[in-house]
Design a protein around this ligand. Sequence first.
Ligand SMILES: Cc1ncc(C[n+]2csc(CCOP(=O)(O)OP(=O)(O)O)c2C)c(N)n1
Length: 282
Amino acid sequence: MTIEQIKQKLGTDQEITWCPGCKNFLILESVKKALAKLISEGYKQEHFAMATGIGCHQKIYDYINMSGIYGLHGRVIPTCYGIKLGNPNLTVLGFAGDGDAYAEGMEHFIHAGRFNFDMTYIVADNQNFALTTGQATPTSRQGYVNKAEPLGEFNKPLNPIKLALASGMSFIARCDPRDINHTAEIIEKAIKHKGFSYIEMMQHCLVFNVETAEEDREMYKIDNKDGMKKAIELADEWDYNSKKGKIPIGVLYQESRKTQEDEWPQLKNLVEKKVGWKGLKK
Ligand SMILES: Cc1ncc(C[n+]2csc(CCOP(=O)(O)OP(=O)(O)O)c2C)c(N)n1
């Protein structure tokens, strides 16, 4: 089967209800492209599993032909851990919005770096709670006017890349979904990474967050092989309050470290035997 044919099989017949022009379409395309490539290289479609939270982005659950759990808002990471504990031989993907990841689910985000479970976490950051019509999230800019804050957001936005570095995440990347090929390439690297891989998708919202639409002009690609010091520089180079300046996209940090599955004897045993529930062979 060609990669294109595999990609077709990864789709579903559900009607897509995202707003016309939403970058979620591009994220979906990149995810399918990356998965199709991996499946063409020997990964099995039935060994992938996904979990999502609640929100616009999280509807991706309906549009990818993959087992999983459409979970609770803010609880993507623990749901993924549950899947990994049940069967550490599955390749697990978690999908969240920025509200889901950095507001309701923030505590899980921080500990994910320490635990280093072998999974991939994709955060579509549109800088607002879009499904509930545009309230500010921790990555909304100062001054962001929304229905809940007609005077604008008072607080400074969080820099999630810096927080991910401080939390000890072993793979940290930022992507521009408009560059589908580059985004698919980064998703592929993230899935192949052994340990917790996190991707921040700059998903400018066409409805509630239009003032960020020009940012992609400032983006440049990087594949940081120079470790933590360089990664901190890259994280400081730009955050969601920056009105100008270059925005690095690509792999911002990667390190090789033992995973939770390596540390936990029962999980290690299952991984070594390549057995999960029902004696599934990998
Ligand atoms: C615990 C909990 N709090 C709040 C909600 C209401 N809620 C549903 S979707 C949503 C917004 C999701 O925003 P985000 O995660 O940023 O995703 P987006 O819709 O922007 O893609 C909220 C607040 C909920 N379902 N559960």
